[in-house]
Write a protein that binds this ligand. Sequence first.
Ligand code: FES
Length: 128
Amino acid sequence: MYNKKIIQHFTNPKFFGKIKNPDAVGNAGNPRCGDLLTLYLKVDNPPANKTKKITDIRFQTLGCASAIAASDMICELAKGKTLDKALKISFKDVSKSLGVLPPLKIHCAQLVTEALRDAIGKYKKLSG
Ligand code: FES
C-alpha cells in the first residue's frame, strides 16, 4: 500500500518535533479518523521591502503513517518559501511529492495543508 518514499518519511521524518517560541502554530484534525496535527513555524524578519520567509518548521502528528509522511513532506516543501508561496502548496503537491498517496489516504495530505494554512493565517493576523 505504501511506496518507499512514504515509508522513508514515516520512519525517519526530518521535521518531527516542536519549535521553542514559534512565530505561529497551526492545527488541523480529521474527526472521522481522529488524526491530529500541529505545525510550528518560524518566520524571518526582513527589511520592509522584502517578503517574509519560513525559516523553520516542525510538526507533531498523532496519526497514521500517511499523515506523518505528509506532515514531514509539507515541512520540506514549505521551508524557505515565502508565506504566500507556502500558502499555494496544495494537497496534490504533497501527495505527488510522496510519489502519490493511496486514494484512501488523500485526506491525510489535505489535513497537513489545512494545518499550514492555519499557521500562516494566524501569523498574518498577529503580525498585521
Ligand atoms: S487516516 Fe486520517 S489523516 Fe491519516
